[in-house]
Design a protein around this ligand. Sequence first.
Ligand SMILES: [Zn+2]
Length: 213
Amino acid sequence: MNSALSGLRVAFLHMATYSQTIEKLIEEFGKLPGIGKRTAERLAFHVLKSDEAAAMALANAIADVKTKIRPCRDCFNLAEGELCAVCSDPRRDRSLLCVVEQPKDLLAVESTGAYRGLYHVLMGQIAPLEGVAPEDLTIDALVARVKGGTVKEVILATNPTVSGDATALHICALLAAAGVQVTRLARGLPTGGQIEYANKSILTDAITQRRGV
Ligand SMILES: [Zn+2]
């Protein structure tokens, strides 16, 4: 009797967990930002119910983004080839360089339609407490680009946060001797805010009313 009962319990416990393959998918979905265990389960079962073509399209899209996308040779924006879409566009004003922290910020500035120059993506901000030093960013490449001679104005569009401001100051000091105009986005943006979440018209004003530093 006892052994029959414990056998039942083992069977029940086994049923209470999914197969290893499904568990693995739930675990991977659960690692995504903002996805809790319940949502991870829902997503995994959604994939399980989907037809094979739809599920493989998702898997391939994830694989492609890791194998085909790389940093742009010139500005470090996300690119499918050697140069990103902005750098390879001959209509862009090559005398203007807008310095942003992340590709997301570049997209936010692009969405305003108020800017027709090129960009430079730092890939972060100087944050000593988090172990991010200037050498960890693309600042050396930025200075080399500016010294190349085509750039006339550098717009510092780092976030209006303590680290964003410190990063802008650091770059400003490095460019002091380069003979270019250095400007910073106007302060319409809320201090401590993030460019990627800024209202489009506020961001447009911040770009058009930028001022020298
Ligand atoms: Zn580029």
